[in-house]
Design a protein around this ligand. Structure first.
Ligand SMILES: *Cc1c(COP(=O)(O)O)cnc(C)c1O
Length: 377
């Protein structure tokens, strides 16, 4: 049996055609024809007020940290069970990162633990919609309103997913998406900043264009452009946007195939592994939809997780674990003086992600499912 990879980037059809159209257009730097098409797609499909493609989700988060004026000593609350960029973007500006624990039923952060972490220095909350499953945003927005905090959604995994009918990424003041090759919709590397609070719109354009008002200049609003604020180079080449646009045209096809794969895993395990073997299966709360970003199992113990991973590896199946919780990372450990995060530790020790990608065919998926049942029998 050939090796089944954990992920395989899907080429949906028109990527190369659009890249050559972009090249032939004569403008392959940022904000060319395909960047505009992508912006329009997101603003129309999800009614986001304003979006800006970025070179990565990491960069969109860094832009958010600059936009909300994070200064040394400001505190930012986020889950410890997340990718390093969620924290790094704010740490780069001198913020003190305050980590919240995960929920008992889900790796996303425990919304009800947040209020106790707020101090007079707290400036922002960064919910991460883990596996594309919404955090309980009503609770988070209510806390933020009462304490006058910004909310930046890390929606890296959350494309085409909803909270009580609202698209994720459209709820906080700002949000960041990723189009890294491991996400549902991809451009190799790539990301997007969503600006829901329009007071950030002008400055976001400036920060993205090296701190200049070049975007206004191109619209003919000013007759020369120059250095007006902090900034960096956060805009992607139009060739990246061309690749992305082909994916966006196939969004519904990609999503429905991923959902079929997700549902098949779930139907094969639910009522069996959770009932008899103490394995926890993903929970999708009533307020959330499932965008089939990820299928994962939470094993009963670290030993069980590790033997399951090697059992699958022995069968040529590349399942993986993540995240090493950030409060125990080499970089942060010595600076951490917060609470014990017992739920976070559990997911770090016990979670397994199964292969889930567009081209995972039924036979291969059946082989993965059978191999897991075999392990537990
Ligand atoms: C993938 C991911 C990121 C980083 O995205 P890039 O586009 O690779 O910078 C950030 N946060 C979370 C939760 C992610 O899953």
């Amino acid at each position: 049996m050939a090796i089944i990879p954990f992920n395989k980037p899907y080429i949906s059809g028109n990527e190369f055609k659009y890249i050559s159209e972009s090249v032939e257009s004569g403008k392959i730097s940022g904000d060319g024809i395909f960047t505009k098409k992508c912006h329009t797609f997101f603003e129309e499909t999800y009614e986001f007020k304003k979006v800006l493609l970025t070179t990565s989700c990491t960069d969109a988060l860094e832009m958010a940290a600059i936009l909300i004026d994070i200064k040394p000593g400001d505190e930012v609350i986020m889950p410890s069970y997340t990718f390093v960029s969620t924290a790094n973007a704010f740490a780069l500006r001198g913020a003190k990162i305050v980590f919240a624990d995960s929920r008992k039923d889900h790796p996303g952060m425990d919304e009800n633990s947040l209020e106790a972490l707020i101090t007079s220095k707290t400036k922002a909350i960064v919910p991460v919609h883990y596996a594309g499953v919404a955090c309980d945003m009503d609770i988070i927005m209510d806390i933020a309103d009462r304490h006058n905090l910004f909310v930046v959604e890390d929606a890296a995994q959350a494309i085409d997913s909803y909270y009580k009918g609202k698209p994720l990424g459209g709820i906080g003041h700002l949000a960041a998406f990723s189009f890294h090759e491991t996400k549902n919709i991809i451009s190799g590397e790539g990301g997007m900043l969503v600006i829901n609070d329009e007071s950030f719109a002008k400055r976001a354009e400036i920060i993205r264009e090296k701190g200049t008002n070049r975007s206004s200049f191109f619209r003919g609003e000013v007759d020369k452009y120059g250095w007006v604020d902090l900034g960096s180079s956060f805009l992607p080449s139009d060739m990246i946007a061309a690749f992305l646009y082909s994916q966006l045209e196939n969004l519904q096809k990609i999503q429905s195939t991923r959902k079929k794969i997700w549902d098949k895993y779930d139907a094969s395990f639910r009522g069996v592994l959770d009932k008899n073997k103490g394995v926890r299966l993903p929970v999708i709360p009533d307020f959330a939809t499932n965008n089939a970003h990820m299928y994962y199992l939470t094993c009963a113990s670290p030993e069980e997780r590790n033997t399951l991973l090697s059992h699958l590896k022995g069968k040529g199946i590349l399942a993986v674990f993540h995240y090493l919780s950030l409060h125990k990372s080499r970089f942060f450990e010595g600076k951490y003086n917060g609470l014990n995060l017992t739920e976070t530790d559990k997911y770090t020790d016990c979670l397994v992600r199964l292969p889930l990608f567009f081209e995972l065919d039924l036979n291969k998926q059946k082989y993965i499912i059978d191999s897991i049942h075999e392990f537990y029998s």
